[in-house]
Design a protein around this ligand. Structure first.
Ligand SMILES: C[S@@+](CC[C@H](N)C(=O)[O-])C[C@H]1O[C@@H](n2cnc3c(N)ncnc32)[C@H](O)[C@@H]1O
Length: 279
């Protein structure tokens, strides 16, 4: 079953959090000249047109990236992300939004490599047409969680893995910790970014408990809530685990998350940045 289409949600508050973390983590890793691999397990279409029949998508984007683009005094660490979104749009308008592969592609250098996994045929085709011709980039229509076994460790011995499932099947909450554990067994020093939703009722809790009990590498946990817990049905909060966070990322996110909560949240919303597994 692949009914989830990211176009309906592109640019929403969850994408804003995820993509700010992704660009900041990659920028920190790219300070070293040695090559790295970027592995996107759930890559999506790569770029989204916000008004192409995706009415829901457009309003979610207006409440997410739309607000952030017009915010006064954003932290310097979100500049690279905002510049990429602005570069896709006419001045003062919000028509298109970059997905994780496009954001990563714009930052990576000639010596770096990309592995992009996307199972949905239409999104895979869109991604292949956007990035398929890029040097040192593979766009694969195969299971991204399985790639945590088959593609790791990378030859480069440096890499960032983005795990961004749609969680449309409840089994994914069990498959994700198992796949992350398998990846870490092969590539213990990789940087792994895992996104998860906080829903009401909160079905991510057992997955987070499993991860807290089994992860052994330093892991940062970030959460962003738009309102008080249980205030609204559906997804009103989300979070990320960052295994082996690059140096400085915890401090950067401690500045960015409260700002994001102010820009995107309602009274009673908020954010947290904590070590799930201390350094
Ligand atoms: C949340 S979206 C990804 C968004 C993208 N990472 C971004 O930030 O722009 C999840 C995507 O994963 C795809 N997908 C679902 N299961 C998958 C799997 N096992 N392997 C690869 N792709 C999968 C879905 O078709 C969907 O496009």
């Amino acid at each position: 079953m692949l009914s989830y289409r990211h176009a309906f949600h592109a640019g929403n508050f969850a994408d804003v959090l995820k993509h700010i973390v992704l660009t900041a983590a990659l920028q920190a890793m790219l300070r070293k000249p040695t090559p790295l691999v970027y592995l996107d397990t759930h890559a999506g279409a790569g770029r989204y047109t916000l008004d192409a029949g995706t009415t829901g998508g457009r309003s979610e984007a207006q409440e997410g990236i739309g607000r952030v683009l017009t915010a006064r005094l954003p932290p310097l660490s979100v500049t690279a992300y905002l510049e990429q979104v602005r570069a896709l749009n006419p001045p003062g308008r919000l028509q298109r939004y970059p997905g994780s592969p496009a954001l990563a592609s714009a930052l990576l250098r000639d010596q770096d490599r990309m592995l992009l996994h996307e199972l949905h045929p239409a999104d895979h085709a869109a991604l292949a047409s956007l990035l398929g011709a890029r040097a040192r980039c593979k766009v694969l229509r195969s299971d991204g969680l399985a790639a945590l076994k088959s593609a790791l460790p990378p030859l480069e011995r440096r890499g960032l893995v983005l795990i961004d499932p749609a969680y449309e099947r409840t089994e994914e909450y069990r498959e994700v910790p198992a796949a992350l554990k398998a990846g870490l067994r092969r590539f213990a020093t990789g940087v792994y970014l895992l996104w998860y939703p906080r829903l009401s009722p909160d079905i991510a809790v057992p997955m987070l408990d499993t991860l807290a009990a089994t992860l052994t590498r330093p892991t940062l946990q970030l959460e962003l809530s738009l309102g008080p817990p249980g205030d609204r049905p559906g997804m009103d909060a989300c979070g990320m685990l960052i295994v082996n966070p690059p140096y400085g990322l915890a401090d950067t996110m401690s500045e960015v998350l409260p700002w994001l909560a102010d820009e995107l949240g309602r009274p009673g919303g908020g954010s947290r940045v904590d070590w799930l597994i201390p350094e």
